[in-house]
Design a protein. Structure first.
Length: 248
């Protein structure tokens, strides 16, 4: 995963900015910020912070509209089909650029289809496991997974999502065999890891479940230790430096 970015229909960026400048002389319009993931996830949380600030700056409503499903494709499609009037934004993560790569029939070029507006956030992922898994560190988890090839699973927000790529990248780096279980959101995956139905997840919003003792955190993918988890190793410290590139 990489970064959350806002997009508008290509060619309408100038129009959107012009509308903001001339707002005092025009009727307020509602800007819709589509998030292709469920409410409550880390991307949704970031979107709502940006929407609130953007609304204050522009002096007009900015509404967050969650359109989860298909690894982010449903929300992307909604933006593609929206009127090209500069009033619809896509707030997403790397799933936007990844999807056409793994699905040649996606029907859009991520570079040409939408115009990038701004990078809004960048954060490392937390690698978490079930309390039922006998591993307290990432190294111990890898050793356990190698002893149980094909028996452990990890969840993601769907095929092509950032968490899916993080999981597959993890497998290739460690030589482990984990079964991918796609969900509509990583929130659902985290819930099932906490419940013992899954063994591993990669997400940026696991802190509440970790704090509640329902998940064990094995490592973080940020370059440096996360201040929220000062005693948790980075992937670099665990010997998996390439995982440090997996950020949202």
């Amino acid at each position: 995963m990489r970064i959350s970015i806002e997009y508008v229909r290509r060619g309408l960026l100038v129009a959107a900015l012009s509308a903001a400048v001339s707002f005092a002389h025009a009727e307020p319009t509602v800007i819709k910020m589509i998030v292709p993931f469920p409410a409550g996830g880390i991307t949704d949380q970031a979107a709502r912070i940006v929407a609130e600030q953007l609304s204050q700056r522009l002096g007009q409503p900015v509404i967050v509209d969650n359109r989860p499903g298909a690894g982010g494709r449903l929300g992307i499609d909604a933006v593609m089909k929206s009127p090209a009037d500069g009033n619809t934004l896509l707030f997403t993560n790397t799933s936007y650029s990844i999807y056409p790569v793994i699905n040649p029939k996606a029907g859009f070029d991520p570079v040409k289809a939408l115009a990038p507006v701004s990078m809004s956030a960048s954060y490392g992922l937390q690698i978490v496991t079930s309390n039922a898994v006998p591993a307290a560190t990432l190294t111990e988890f890898i050793a356990y997974a190698k002893k149980n090839p094909g028996k452990l699973s990890y969840g993601s927000a769907g095929v092509g999502s950032g968490a899916h790529f993080a999981g597959e990248f993890f497998k290739s780096l460690t030589g482990t065999r984990l079964v991918h279980i796609p969900y509509r959101s990583t929130t659902g995956a985290l819930t099932d890891v906490a419940g013992g139905q899954l063994d591993l997840a990669f997400d940026g919003s696991a802190k509440p479940l970790v704090d509640a003792g329902k998940l064990k955190i094995l490592a973080v993918t940020s370059d440096k230790r996360d201040a929220r988890f000062p005693n948790t190793q980075t992937a670099i410290e665990a010997g998996l430096a390439p995982l440090a590139k997996m950020q949202s």
